[in-house]
Design a binder for this molecule. Sequence first.
Ligand code: HEC
Length: 158
Amino acid sequence: MRLSTITAVALAFTATVASAQTKYPTDVTFEDGAIAASLSGTPGDPANGQVLMNKGAGNCIACHEVTALAELPFHGGIGPMLDGAADRWTEADLRGIVADAKVMFPESMMPSFYKISGFVRPGDAYTGKAIDPDAITPLLSAQEIEDVVSFLMTLRDE
Ligand code: HEC
């Protein structure tokens, strides 16, 4: 009895610590399109960020050209070239752009990668049914955003 109480308290404490680190999409504060604080509380991994540029929900290079990723096929030209992005923007700017580009560029066609609310008629394109708003997850996790931002911070014009 006593032991299980201690365990429950310890578990509750662990859960609190974990959720205090990660900012949920609806808790994020933008300032001039930028997000000052890390979304995950854990530094980004640029190597994983580089993988996400070309994979899954990220797929940044469908729209953006990046010389550092020139060996990958099918670079898009819809968005600006990302070379030198770290010279043009601060880390906070890049975090804001990747999380929700429409805050920085209101008419942007760039997807909002860390957003779960404010969509117009969210639905399941396959079934045509409205989706449960609680079931919406962001395209990239908090840590994936940090990883992509840390990769973008390596893009400097020499
Ligand atoms: C559907 C196309 C599309 C996709 C996919 C896309 N973007 Fe963009 N992005 C744009 C457009 C268009 C702009 C220019 C801003 C605007 O809309 O006015 C932009 C702007 C940017 C900028 C600022 C450009 C600069 O250097 O001045 C960054 C950084 C950026 N995107 C990063 C990313 C990253 C990282 C991803 C993937 C996680 C991504 N984008 C996915 C279309 C896209």
